[in-house]
Design a protein around this ligand. Structure first.
Ligand SMILES: [Zn+2]
Length: 387
């Protein structure tokens, strides 16, 4: 099979700061600093916006076992997601507007990707975490805006890529889908975390990069947010995988909003300590999800005592953007001699989409027809979906 397409080289600027102000980079909040710094935060402008969102009135005292709030029925059915049947990314905000939590469940997506790519558990965990981070951090973006997370490590997984847009359409792949039983940090190795944000209307993409420090993806993306985007947030994303089945996958990101007071921070930190205890695993928040907790419950627990209000939700799904035209553009970027050589030796053009595994096969006649048609069209655009 010939290599079709080339690596994108749209890297125009690196926004990495040399003196990071690391804040809530640890999802367990064990190493928090309360220095506030906000930059680059933007409010969500699309999806479901409620004119008068229901307010949450916890019936339990603050010291009560937060897990009991799972049975809360104070909410509109819109935001509930019993047993996490559907995948969901839900954003809630404290009534005082100082703290925002986005929580997600995406077990169905991980299972679909496991089937698409025939992933082993380590590879599925890596891709699941990357997909979770992409979903959490693309939430609230404009529909066509994309968030691309690349984990470029020297470990045997040979890199991880996840892309999501403001609609929660996500795709991704790992370099080694069938990695054996090793730890995630070993699989990933040393290298960089890279984030590219783009929009069709932007003159150039935003690009940020930081070093891999933990090798567990979510904490490294948290460090990226602190170092490169100067955001004060806590991020977690993990999966629970048994054999060929993902039984839970989810994450959350807690963001301090401008003007956040010490009091609110202390309340949330205290809630998070309870949350960590309730979860009981080192893979936050899969313990809560496995016990039946939903994104609404996660938000409720983290924003407990702050009169939380749901802000918006999306139902994320796997959506690949590969098609005949994209492949044709990739083929047209190759030197004619190379295409002729492939046809002469293999007898056809065959390409497989990295993201969804779909295989495209064109014989010489079909290729000729498509190339002739394409000549009438505008210049091709770089595409790196195919090999
Ligand atoms: Zn595809």
């Amino acid at each position: 099979m010939g290599y079709i397409g080339r690596t994108s080289s749209r890297i125009h600027c690196i926004h990495a700061f040399s003196s990071p102000r690391i804040l809530w980079t640890d999802p367990t909040f064990k190493n928090t600093s309360r220095k506030s710094s906000f930059r680059g935060f933007h409010h969500p402008t699309n999806h479901i916006n409620l004119s008068s969102p229901p307010s949450y009135s916890p019936t339990l005292p603050h010291s009560a076992v937060l897990f009991n709030t799972f049975s809360s029925n104070d909410y509109d059915e819109t935001f509930k997601n019993k047993s996490n049947i559907r995948d969901q990314v839900l954003t809630c905000i404290s009534a005082n507007g100082e703290m925002k939590v986005t929580a997600a469940t995406y077990r169905n997506i991980v299972n679909e990707m496991m089937m698409q790519h025939t992933l082993t558990s380590v590879s599925a965990d890596a891709l699941g975490r990357a997909v979770g981070c992409a979903l959490l951090l693309s939430n609230g973006m404009k529909d066509q805006q994309t968030f691309q997370l690349t984990v470029n490590g020297d470990g045997p997984i040979r890199g991880i890529l996840a892309i999501s847009n403001g609609l929660g359409h996500v795709r991704g792949y790992v370099g080694s889908p069938q990695l054996g039983n090793i730890s995630l940090p070993e699989a990933i190795g040393k290298g960089t975390i890279q984030v590219v944000k783009n929009h069709p209307d932007w003159p150039r993409p935003y690009n940020g990069i930081t070093a891999i420090q933990n090798g567990d993806i979510d904490r490294d993306v948290g460090l990226y947010l602190a170092e490169s985007e100067q955001k004060s947030c806590a991020l977690a994303a993990a999966t629970t995988i048994h054999g060929i089945l993902c039984t839970s996958a989810g994450g959350y990101v807690v963001e301090q909003l401008p003007g956040c007071t010490e009091e609110t921070i202390r309340t949330v930190e205290s809630n998070l300590q309870q949350f960590v205890l309730q979860d009981g695993t080192d893979k936050l928040p899969t313990g809560i999800l496995s016990k039946g907790g939903t994104p609404l419950d996660i938000c409720s627990m983290i924003l407990h005592g702050l009169d939380m209000k749901p802000l918006m939700q999306v139902e994320p799904k796997v959506l690949c953007e590969c098609n005949d035209n994209r492949l044709l553009r990739a083929v047209r970027l190759l030197p004619k001699e190379e295409v002729d050589d492939i046809i002469a030796t293999v007898g056809k053009i065959e390409a497989r989409c990295h993201f969804c595994g779909k295989v495209y096969r064109w014989g010489p006649e079909e290729l000729e027809l498509r190339l002739a048609q394409a000549k009438k069209n505008a210049a091709a655009e770089t595409n790196n979906n195919f090999e």
